[in-house]
Unconditional design. Structure first.
Length: 198
């Protein structure tokens, strides 16, 4: 999926589709996903696996990786109208970019660049209990250079290498939104990434 180059968020005919960040109230992420997709929106909710007791035994269960957050590819005005007007959307809210305003002086919706979102989806589509949400302020990168994973379950994912939980992992960041760490990645599975390829 590609984003139209125009960036109108004021309801004009060229209002582009882009990735937006949506918050739901406590434990309603999956309900929000189902409601949005059933109303024609393309939504994504990152999942990961955790061990939970089921009938007295520990089992791997898929749960949302980022509590109460999902991503929607839509036109800005269409998404805003839905959240504002749909009778069952009262528990949803939109993230705004407080550093960017429209010509009317209002904050723009926070968007995630398509290249970043595609990479994020690739990383979080791997069903792994070792993928985790991380606090960017606590990450100490081995270098500032980006790498691409060239082997294993996370092949194709681009990010920066850091030690998390005592292991070398690749950090994937959505600017202004969140950062996640992959499972352990051996150095032999990595190659330098040329940002001019984006």
């Amino acid at each position: 999926m590609t984003t139209v180059e125009a960036t109108n968020q004021e309801g004009q005919p060229n209002d582009p589709e882009a990735w937006y960040v949506v918050r739901s109230t406590f434990n309603r992420g999956m309900k929000a996903y189902e409601m949005l997709t059933s109303n024609g929106f393309h939504a994504y909710i990152p999942m990961h696996e955790v061990e939970k007791p089921v009938k007295g035994r520990l089992q791997l269960v898929s749960v949302p990786l980022i509590p109460n957050m999902l991503f929607v590819f839509a036109q800005a005005e269409k998404l805003k109208d839905f959240v504002r007007e749909h009778k069952d959307a009262g528990y949803l809210s939109l993230y705004y970019d407080h550093f960017s305003t429209t010509s009317r002086g209002t904050d723009r919706l926070l968007t995630v660049p398509t290249v970043q979102m595609d990479n994020f989806i690739k990383a979080t589509s791997v069903r792994s209990r070792h993928t985790m949400l991380v606090d960017p302020a606590t990450i100490r990168y081995k270098s500032g250079d980006k790498v691409r994973i060239v082997e294993g379950d996370f092949m194709g994912v681009v990010g920066k290498v850091a030690r998390v939980g005592g292991q070398s992992r690749v950090i994937v960041t959505l600017d202004g939104v969140c950062s996640i760490a992959t499972a352990y990645i051996p150095s032999a599975f990595l190659e330098p990434y040329d940002e001019s390829d984006e």
